[in-house]
Design a protein around this ligand. Sequence first.
Ligand SMILES: Nc1ncnc2c1ncn2[C@@H]1O[C@H](COP(=O)(O)OP(=O)(O)OP(=O)(O)O)[C@@H](O)[C@H]1O
Ligand code: SF4
Ligand SMILES: [Mg+2]
Length: 343
Amino acid sequence: MSTPAASAAPTTPPLAEAIDLARTFDVSPPWLNRVIERSPRRLLRAVDGVSFSIARGKTLALVGESGCGKSTVARLLVGLYRPGRGRFVFDGVDAHAAYASADGLALRRRIQMIFQDPYASLNPRWRVSDIVAEPLREHGIESDRARQVERVAGLLRSVGMSADDGVKYPHQFSGGQRQRLSIARALATEPEFLVCDEPTSALDVSVQAQVLNIMQDLQRERGLTFLFISHNLAVVRHMSDQVGVMYLGRLVELADKRELFERPRHPYTRMLLAAVPKMGGAGAARVPVQGEVPNPLDPPTGCAFHPRCPHADARCRSEAPTLREFAGVRVACHAVEEARLPA
Ligand SMILES: Nc1ncnc2c1ncn2[C@@H]1O[C@H](COP(=O)(O)OP(=O)(O)OP(=O)(O)O)[C@@H](O)[C@H]1O
Ligand code: SF4
Ligand SMILES: [Mg+2]
């Protein structure tokens, strides 16, 4: 099990490090409407100053309700978005500078992404063998046809499928098998870092465990590092070493997995855990999540969680808390800092 990001740094440098990452989207109405209706430009802060680090071979999970910025973080890391502020440093190199340079392809080979919907990310008109072989060709890893076939067979076997499945098309597989195919394809470039955005959320519960176990086996065998996004806390508990809890574009708690589940600090983390039976403590009744995520175009003043927080006071309504370290756990909450929360 890893130690929290802050104390893991001195021994080995992290493989993946987000430093104050931020991304804003311009969601203004078209120019003409703005002029006619005199409406102002509208900017949505999807990710606003997120920092974390992941040691090689470890898993950081990101959790939080819909719209809190998890996928935007994922897309920033793999270079689908450029940050408006901050940096993503991969193995000591500024990733976005590399993505924009001649080194971009080499970096993309080391960092791959797995999406929630495997069907949408697999070309339905291609045979599986061509889908899995595509990165081998794109990255110039293997041009010899016979050796490509061999490698594809090995990749299919590594996700528990048969080499014979290569002749089939994506629609001939179940959801779980399709997600295994997209994992096989992601592994073709022998990446070190996998960014997994809700990889099993679209699957039946019975199939989820199978796919998650395959991912864990691959992690062990290949020393893979994961950023693992999920809104399912049971899945996060199974998969992660560290957990980052996001709320409205910011990290509100970043902790070692065991610490987070046994002693959640932030009121939002506590609310999420209390909503899951068995996680709110032995015999604890499930308490449904209260309230709703505010409109990100009109975020609350001070602590963005204050309209839903049972511990909010005047300071919370006016001053945004920053992420600070308390006994190895990072939390952004005035009440934690003032030691006025119940244990
Ligand atoms: N390309 C975009 N253009 C405009 N707004 C966007 C874009 N992508 C995301 N957003 C907005 O940014 C915020 C964060 O979205 P994001 O998809 O990162 O959240 P999420 O945590 O992944 O949510 P979910 O759990 O629903 O997948 C949301 O308010 C979303 O509407
Ligand atoms: S800063 Fe205040 S409002 Fe925000 S989570 Fe802490 S106690 Fe609640
Ligand atoms: Mg998402």
